[in-house]
Design a protein around this ligand. Structure first.
Ligand SMILES: [Zn+2]
Ligand SMILES: [Zn+2]
Length: 280
């Protein structure tokens, strides 16, 4: 399983000279599975989704996008996904089930006038939308497990993907300090890679709690709690420039913790040494 990080920011894109090395796009990670040459599974549809089109060699996208929740920074890329919005595409979008609404109607709250010029039906190619309950299902031939996580403003899922003998968990927006359910813990335990919310520094604890996000220490503590192999700090604050992220990376044990960067490619390997030493 290969992970390609296409957008690593939270909240809003972060353009400008101070954000060149870690990138300014919001949340999007593409997964290339088995012997496939191109990604077929995508985690979130932030503005980073735009960067998937050039990776597909001119072909239309055929695959599934798992959306963690419907905040702007996780869905804004949908109508700008060129390889999806064209003839020949097949795009299945999974969003968290809530309020008894269909997946199409949940997405249409953001993707329809007056919020946006077109509705989901205005996307070219073949699109389908699903409001999925928590639990396990098969997407693009691999096992996906959706779990509830604590965040604010609408239902939020974390996803675990098991493929090619390895596993990855994706929790871009998560406030573990507010409590973690036992089912969520059980479903995520033992993953080889954990991609986790790292929007706030420890000294920003008050804001982190206010917006139901994680601090760096929360992310590290949670990765130990679920006995994760490699922790990838993700969903960086749009106010965190490259130099500050370099400083953060310098505090971490590079064998245990990676700081997500736009364009970063991670081949997921089975982690056998899960020693509980401090990852910092
Ligand atoms: Zn977010
Ligand atoms: Zn959010």
């Amino acid at each position: 399983m290969r992970l390609t990080f296409l957008g690593v920011r939270g909240s809003t894109p972060a353009p400008g000279p101070d954000f060149v090395r870690y990138g300014g796009h919001t949340s999007c990670v593409a997964l290339t599975l088995g012997s496939a040459e191109v990604p077929t599974l995508v985690l979130d549809a932030g503005t980073g989704l735009r960067a998937l089109t050039p990776l597909l060699g001119g072909e239309a996208f055929r695959g599934t996008i798992l959306v963690s929740h419907l905040h702007w920074d996780h869905v804004q890329g949908v109508p700008f996904f060129g390889a999806g919005d064209r003839e020949g595409s097949r795009v299945h979008v999974v969003v968290p089930e809530q309020h008894g609404q269909t997946g199409r109607d949940l997405l249409a709250q953001l993707l329809s006038p007056p919020a946006f010029p077109i509705t989901p039906e205005g996307l070219r190619g073949s699109w389908s939308f699903e409001a999925a309950p928590i639990g396990s299902f098969v997407a693009e031939g691999v096992r996906v497990t959706a779990v509830d996580v604590v965040h604010k403003g609408g239902r939020t899922y974390g996803y675990r993907i098991d493929a090619d003998g390895v596993s990855v968990a994706y929790l871009p927006d998560h406030a573990p300090a507010a409590g973690v359910g036992s089912e969520t813990l059980a479903a995520l335990t033992g993953v080889d890679v954990l991609i986790h919310d790292a929007q706030f520094l420890d000294r920003e604890r008050v804001v982190a709690d206010d917006y139901a996000h994680a601090t760096i220490t929360d992310a590290i503590d949670f990765s130990r709690r679920i006995d994760a192999g490699t922790l990838v700090l993700f969903h960086h604050s749009p106010a965190r420039p490259d130099d500050a992220l370099d400083a953060l990376a310098a505090e971490m044990d590079p064998a245990r913790v990676r700081v997500a960067r736009e364009g970063m490619v991670l081949e997921v390997e089975r982690v056998t040494d899960r020693s509980q030493s401090d990852p910092r």
